[in-house]
Design a protein around this ligand. Structure first.
Ligand SMILES: [Zn+2]
Length: 357
């Protein structure tokens, strides 16, 4: 039976109806904010391709993490930009490396935010590749040894979760083994399970981590963007090897992969709303072609609708701030009269008192 008995517009006629039947609701608790640690002190330098995101020396990083926490965002994903690089990424596993120092500072100064560390070596190698190069090729098994060393150093510094980004075969297994062998049985691993070789990472590498490839590309280990069956095989292997959370990266061009991953595996699923996705929206907004905040919310909500549980995004702070302002408005507080930290964690909706006889 169709029209005129059924009129789907009935439930769209005003905002109250639309809210009642809304299937997907974005929450500040869905977000993970990426942060970039740099050596030095007093440094808070905006990354031009990622406005609103900064290179932060550890003192400023701690302050930023406090703001992220006060907005109600539960976790940060930490990247390091080291002072020096070498062939074998020794800065990536040094106990005094930039990430290890940053983790220690965050866990002692802002202990109530989860610190997830990106585990890879491409920010620390002179050639910009994700491991050890042999005859011009990324050597898988030797690079796993390096990855395991980096993992252990992050765990010892106090990371709450580690996230391997290289897409090497067997990386989750190598990490789980070294963590368990050193008593870190309870430290979870978020796998970059289906990570595609994408040009959408360019703003991150060029301006975020200053990591450029001296030769070649990453297509021998990251996935071909033409494939999605292969993504399911990658995810299945990560789960078998011990991944606690799986991920699809990039996000917005890959919603079919996100949808399949959630349907097929019913695992906690993260997506990485990457730098190129952020930069495109920012550029279009600056040109006056798109409304930045409207597009931001549409993008983030659609990621969740497709199946994402966790959203790593450079928009996290902005979206969290706007969500809490909307919430404050909805519950009778005027934005500006109250600070974000006063309304976060978000209060429960007012409960109607029912008189009992
Ligand atoms: Zn890498």
């Amino acid at each position: 039976m169709g029209f005129p008995v059924h009129r789907l517009r009935r439930l769209r006629q005003n905002n109250n109806f639309r809210e009642l039947v809304r299937e997907t609701n974005l929450s500040v608790k869905d977000f993970i904010q990426p942060l970039f640690a740099v050596p030095g002190s007093g440094i808070r330098k905006e990354i031009s391709a990622l406005p609103g995101n900064y290179h932060l020396s550890i003192d400023c990083l701690v302050e930023e993490a406090r703001q992220v926490r006060d907005l109600g965002i539960p976790a940060v994903l930490l990247f390091g930009v080291p002072e020096t690089k070498d062939e074998c990424a020794s800065g990536a596993y040094s106990p005094d490396g930039i990430v290890q120092q940053a983790v220690r500072a965050l866990k002692s100064m802002v202990p109530d935010i989860l610190v997830i560390t990106d585990v890879c070596s491409c920010e620390y190698t002179t050639h910009g590749h994700c491991g050890i190069i042999e005859n011009g090729y990324l050597a898988n098994d030797r690079s796993l040894e390096l990855l395991a060393k980096i993992t252990l150093s992050h765990a010892e510094a106090g990371a709450d979760m580690v996230a391997p980004a290289a897409m090497l075969d067997g990386e989750i297994r190598a990490m789980r083994q070294i963590l368990d062998a050193h008593g870190f049985h309870n430290l979870p691993i978020m796998g970059y399970s289906a990570k595609y070789a994408s040009k959408l990472y360019d703003p991150f590498f060029k301006e975020g981590t200053h990591s450029t490839l001296s030769f070649g590309d990453k297509r021998t280990h990251q996935m071909d963007y033409s494939n999605s069956d292969e993504a399911m095989r990658e995810i299945a292997l990560d789960i078998e090897e011990g991944a606690d959370i799986i991920m699809v990266k990039p996000a917005l061009f890959y919603l079919d992969v996100v949808y399949r991953a959630k349907k097929e595996f019913q695992m906690p699923l993260a997506v990485y709303n990457v730098s190129g996705e952020y930069a495109m929206i920012d550029a279009a907004a600056k040109m006056g072609r798109l409304n930045r905040d409207a597009i931001m919310f549409e993008a983030l909500t659609c990621l969740k609708r497709a199946g994402a549980d966790l959203i790593i995004t450079y928009f996290a702070k902005r979206a969290a701030k706007l969500l809490s302002e909307q919430h404050a408005e909805a519950f009778g507080k005027v934005p500006g009269e109250t600070t974000i930290s006063q309304v976060v964690p978000l209060p429960e909706p007012p409960v109607k008192k029912i008189k009992t006889p």
